[in-house]
Design a protein around this ligand. Structure first.
Ligand code: SF4
Length: 172
């Protein structure tokens, strides 16, 4: 997997102060996407064990709330394969930190069993995520007023609740 950036001390992509990983590769190609350069799976740097270590280290201070996965799209099948073992490490080494993820795919269709981006890794990956912001960016539904999402169609979902019950509960 490649990634375009890691942002430290971010406050725009989830609650509290966070580390944000922008992975490369996205097939959604939403009109008006704010970073189309990240559609290319080879964009940016190779995601290595050293990158993982640096992110894990950044999560340790008590004032850091957690990690956010952004894109590109973390739920492209290739990216899931790489992110799943990384998330296992984060859960093991950074107890108490929460994990947010953004995807252009829909949780209850595209990422559900039989969905176009459901793989053998999806279910376990979702089990590590606290909040999932899902759905494509829709330019005509864009508003600067929205909290933690770009367009009104997107949903900020309690992912733990979905994994436990199969029910979509939007939290804002
Ligand atoms: S899912 Fe995100 S990265 Fe992919 S095209 Fe849409 S806005 Fe851009």
């Amino acid at each position: 997997m490649h990634y375009s950036a890691v942002k430290y001390f971010d406050i725009a992509n989830g609650t509290g102060v966070r580390t944000v990983l922008f992975v490369s590769g996205c097939r959604n190609h939403c009109k008006g996407c704010f970073q189309p350069e990240t559609w290319d799976f080879a964009h940016g740097e190779v995601f290595t064990g050293e990158t993982e270590d640096a992110i894990i280290e950044s999560l340790k201070p008590p004032y850091i709330a957690g990690l956010t996965l952004l894109g590109g799209d973390p739920f492209e099948p290739e990216n899931q394969k790489c992110l799943l073992p990384f998330l296992r490490r984060v859960k093991e080494k950074c107890a108490g930190k929460n994990i947010w993820a953004y995807t252009g795919y829909l949780l209850d269709t595209d990422l559900a069993e039989g969905g176009k981006c459901a793989t053998g890794d999806t279910k376990e990956m979702l089990s590590y995520i606290d909040v999932l912001v899902d759905g494509p960016f829709v330019e005509k539904e864009y508003s600067i007023q929205l909290k933690f999402k770009g367009s009104a169609n997107q949903r900020v979902i309690d992912c733990k609740h979905y994994v436990d019950t199969g029910e979509i509960r939007e939290i804002m």
